[in-house]
Ligand binder design. Structure first.
Ligand code: AHG
Ligand code: MN
Ligand code: MN
Ligand code: MN
Length: 336
């Protein structure tokens, strides 16, 4: 009889984090515990999204957030789950969330050394259609001697100690990167209730003919942005023009771009001169993932996204991110 080949050499996120901790001799274990709290919030959010249609969690909550988005019920619930996970970890001193106007300070977490920014559900306009959405997170360490102030989070992405995102799609995916490290992808095994390392050391292809942008905004684009995207539709000698792919959830568009290559962009335009996506919990964490996977991310002025310093917690920027060579092409059009 033929025995099924069972893989006994599984790297769970728990094991991965423990092994990372051992590599860093100075580590106290606080970061590991913070990540355990994060992953539990992801499992909870994934669970409620999957059940939403069955338990009346679709639709609007009837409120708006600071950046002007209408909140869905699941935006509010996921925000509450995320906040509680961070509070109860005892390792998070302060939190910025898309769904909270002000910074939340966890005064009960006296020895907490981390500041976290999150987008509890990215792509929430897609929720009721059952399209993939996800959670984005960015982790900063408090300055030496600080007990946690707004300045601990109003920092450029170059200072991030870790960032990543989840995508709740056909399966739940978690992508995480740490300062100076690579990018690793995990898949939630619903039976085991564990994130399993399925995509070790993710690297973006240097180029791929796929572009992802909301072309409905092209009327408002600057000329160099129009020219760049038009150029992708001209077939090179004997070749094919680019393929267009736009899901409308950055996490899903970014995840595909990470795996297949190409470009995802949300440019600043004449209608939204500062762009749509928010620096602390959308642009910077994604830029860190893309750079650590060998890609690039720049803002609408072609500045390195990770060097952009937000003035306010909900500040926005235009963004172009993707394969290394594709972003070089974007820059060359900007110069013309
Ligand atoms: P969020 O759902 O967190 O508010 O973010 C929405 C963002 C992002 O997910 C996506 O890339 C973009 O908005 C889509 O915007 P358009 O609908 O304007 O294309
Ligand atoms: Mn929103
Ligand atoms: Mn978002
Ligand atoms: Mn959101």
């Amino acid at each position: 009889p033929h025995m099924e080949n069972i893989n006994t050499h599984i790297v769970t996120l728990t094991r991965f984090l423990t092994e990372e901790q051992i590599k860093h001799k100075e580590a106290t274990g606080d970061f590991t515990l913070l990540c355990h709290a994060l992953q539990f919030s992801f499992k909870q959010i994934a669970y409620y999204i999957r059940r939403a249609t069955l338990v009346n969690l679709t639709g609007l909550a009837g409120s708006s957030n600071t950046t002007g988005d209408e909140q869905k019920k699941l935006d509010v619930i996921s925000n509450d789950l995320f906040i509680e996970a961070m509070r109860s970890s005892g390792k998070c001193a302060l939190l910025v969330s898309e769904e909270e106007e002000e910074v939340i300070f966890f005064n009960s977490s006296a020895n907490a050394r981390y500041a976290v920014a999150c987008d509890p559900i990215d792509g929430s306009s897609n929720l009721d259609a059952g399209v993939s959405v996800g959670t984005i997170f960015a982790i900063h360490k408090l300055a030496e001697g600080s007990t946690g102030t707004k300045e601990d989070i109003l920092k450029p992405g170059t200072e991030l100690v870790a960032s990543g995102f989840t995508m709740y799609g056909a399966s739940a995916q978690l992508v995480i990167t740490m300062k100076g490290g690579g990018v690793n992808g995990f898949t939630l095994d619903n039976g085991l209730g564990e994130f399993i390392l399925t995509h070790p050391d993710m690297r973006l292809p240097r180029k791929r003919a796929i572009y992802s942008v909301n072309e409905g905004n092209s009327l408002y684009w600057e000329d160099h942005v129009k020219d760049y995207f038009s150029s992708l539709k001209e077939a090179p000698e004997g070749g094919k023009p680019y393929s267009a792919r736009y899901i409308g959830s950055m996490v899903a568009d970014a995840y595909r771009t990470l795996l297949y290559g190409g470009i995802f962009a949300y440019p600043a335009d004449k209608k939204s001169p500062k762009g749509k996506l928010r620096i602390l919990y959308e642009c910077a964490p994604m830029a860190m993932v893309f750079e650590n996977a060998g890609g690039q991310a720049v803002d609408s002025h072609m500045n390195r996204m990770l060097e952009v310093v937000p003035e306010h917690i909900h500040d926005k920027a235009g963004i172009f991110m993707g394969s290394y060579d594709e972003i070089e092409k974007v820059k060359s059009f900007h110069k013309k």
